[in-house]
Design a protein around this ligand. Structure first.
Ligand code: GLN
Length: 567
């Protein structure tokens, strides 16, 4: 514990009375009901009432964090300022709440067990048999209350991953049961369920909800509020029936009807009175009614676009939208800020070859090449970059996308044949992207990349300067490879400028083309910092440039938009 800052926080705060209210959000019937969005929406409403709120995700899997998981398994890995590799729900929390989350906001079974086993090896439990109850459950309770005990939050929401009935979530639910018993009316449980509509009989069915609530009750947890997902209105008879069979008050049966956009959900939940019921049950006085003005302004812009723009996103996981969640949301935020609808065309990098790049990409007004790891799809990404560069199409390369822009420029402008990243070709004669020096000794995979927020100095007189108008920015990272500074002179003489540099290491954070309307590559991930109310300047300006590029593009190739590979 000596060199563990969180441990120090605990030691100094453990005797402070914890006035924080704890809300747990569990899920029943099926996965993918949107617990993250419901949690973020409720937190938004409480925040809009003037309360200080944060959200935490408790994930029952055994990985210490999702950093080593394939996007096919887990969707996007979201990175926090403090370098935690986390669940994508943390992205929703930040995008809705405009707050930053941290390592303490995502806790997995793996982290809990690792911590307990480390303590056991240190001799902290000397003489005791270490067991799921109480040691694992105590550790879970410790992590749940860690944020509350900082004294910074009046409300901490903890979303429990998975579905009630899963074997792996049992210790988490036991911890919730104990906390509910210990904290009394400072704690409540919201259970999210599904009310399916059976078209054969034309009815909404409540039985799956009843069963999943029974499952929770078997574990000793009586939910206080039920949020019922459904594709149509749930009438008052059905609500009364659910209330009666599930032991909850009728006003605590809240419907959550499918929404046009996730950003509608806070407004819908306000209409259903979710925040009011929560405050009553927690005996919490709210200073005011929710002030949703800025949110409604954003929503109005999002839902009433004046223009539209066609943006391609090239990646190798495009069939799985969750892999690029934050990029898609950032583009939406930037669209709203430009009063325009962004039509995203997902382009599979492996579909692009030397013959079809023009056909696939020519209807676009702007192109993003996504982050990624490994060789698959690289040639398609390089061809896309080349297309954007040569056709003066606004281009934003993110992390691997930036590295592809550097490789493409080396091969096709600098004439460095077979230039490459050593990630793809360790024996290339022109390693224009190379493993970072501090990575060379590292052989383990979990949490060992360059992660989290680092400073970047922006060159005056660059195009990037025009966007940020700031000398220094801080952005989040997740990579092992970097621009090889050995080639900087050659690049800059040919027109690819290193516009952003990390002041400590000299690492190139931003490249841009001087002779192109809008061509920028960033080693960092701007998508992790774009929120609904604070869209990221890079995305805002990229969409603006794409709108400006629209006229000639549309007239040149409007007929080809339909031929896009949209998966
Ligand atoms: N694979 C590249 C690296 O490790 C890029 C990573 C990314 O796109 N996040 O540097």
């Amino acid at each position: 514990m000596d060199n563990n800052p969180l441990g120090i926080i605990l030691l100094t705060l453990q005797d402070m009375p914890d006035k924080t209210r704890y809300i747990f959000v569990t899920g029943g019937v099926t996965s993918s009901l949107g617990k993250g969005i419901i949690s973020a929406s409720l937190a938004k409403l409480l925040q809009a009432r003037g309360l200080t709120v944060t959200i935490q995700k408790l994930d029952p899997y055994i990985n210490v964090d999702p950093g080593t998981m394939n996007p096919y398994e887990h969707g996007e890995c979201y990175v926090t300022d403090d370098g935690a590799e986390t669940d994508l729900d943390l992205g929703h929390y930040e995008r809705f709440l405009n707050i930053t989350t941290s390592q303490a906001n995502n806790v997995t079974t793996g982290r809990i067990y690792k911590s307990v086993i480390d303590k056991e090896r240190e001799g902290n439990y000397l003489g005791k048999t270490v067991q799921v109850v109480p040691h694992i459950t105590d550790e879970i309770k410790h992590w749940v209350q860690l944020l509350g005990k900082t004294g910074k939050y009046e409300v901490v929401l903890s979303e429990i991953g998975g579905t009630v009935g899963d074997i792996e979530s049992l210790p988490f639910l036991e911890a919730v049961r104990q906390l509910k018993w210990e904290l009394g009316d400072h704690c409540l449980v919201i259970h999210l369920t599904l009310i399916p509509y059976l078209s054969a009989t034309g009815e909404l069915k409540t039985k799956p909800t009843q069963h999943s609530v029974k499952k929770l009750q078997e574990l000793g947890i009586q939910p206080d509020i039920l949020v019922c997902r459904c594709d149509r209105q749930v009438d008052s008879d059905i609500r009364r029936k659910i209330a009666l069979f599930c032991n909850v008050s009728p006003e605590a049966v809240i419907q959550s009807v499918d929404a046009d956009t996730i950003y509608d959900v806070p407004v819908l939940m306000k209409r259903e009175g979710l925040d009011t019921v929560v405050l009553e049950k927690l005996k919490l006085k709210s200073p005011s009614e929710p002030d949703m003005d800025s949110w409604l302004t954003f929503l109005k812009k999002l839902k009433n676009p004046k223009l539209s723009v066609e943006i391609g996103i090239v990646g190798k996981y495009v069939e799985l939208r969750d892999a690029y969640k934050s990029i898609a949301e950032s583009v939406n935020h930037a669209g709203a800020s430009n009063d325009c609808k962004v039509n995203i065309h997902w382009v599979h990098a492996e579909d692009i070859d030397g013959n079809n790049a023009g056909d696939i990409l020519s209807g676009l007004n702007g192109l993003i090449v996504a982050p990624g790891f490994g060789h698959r799809g690289i040639e398609g990404k390089l061809l896309s970059v080349r297309y954007a560069r040569e056709n003066r199409l606004p281009f934003l390369g993110i992390c691997l996308g930036m590295q592809c822009a550097v490789i493409e420029f080396a091969r096709n402008v600098l004439g460095l044949k077979n230039a490459d990243s050593t990630e793809m070709n360790p024996r290339t004669s022109f390693p224009v992207i190379d493993l970072m020096a501090e990575q060379k000794e590292i052989s383990t995979k979990g949490g060992t990349m360059r992660l989290g927020s680092y400073e970047c100095l922006i060159k005056k007189n660059s195009k990037t300067w025009e966007i940020f108008k700031l000398k220094t920015i801080n952005e989040r990272h997740r990579h092992r490879y970097e621009f090889n500074n050995h080639f900087t002179g050659e690049y800059e003489r040919a027109g690819m400028i290193c516009a952003g540099i990390n002041p400590e290491s000299g690492l190139v954070e931003i490249i841009e083309l001087s002779d192109h309307p809008w061509f920028i590559g960033v080693q960092f991930h701007p998508e992790y910092k774009s929120t609904a109310l604070k869209p990221h300047p890079l995305f805002v300006h990229f969409i603006k440039a794409s709108l400006e590029a629209r006229q000639p593009q549309v007239s040149r190739s409007a007929s080809k938009v339909k031929t896009l590979t949209v998966r």
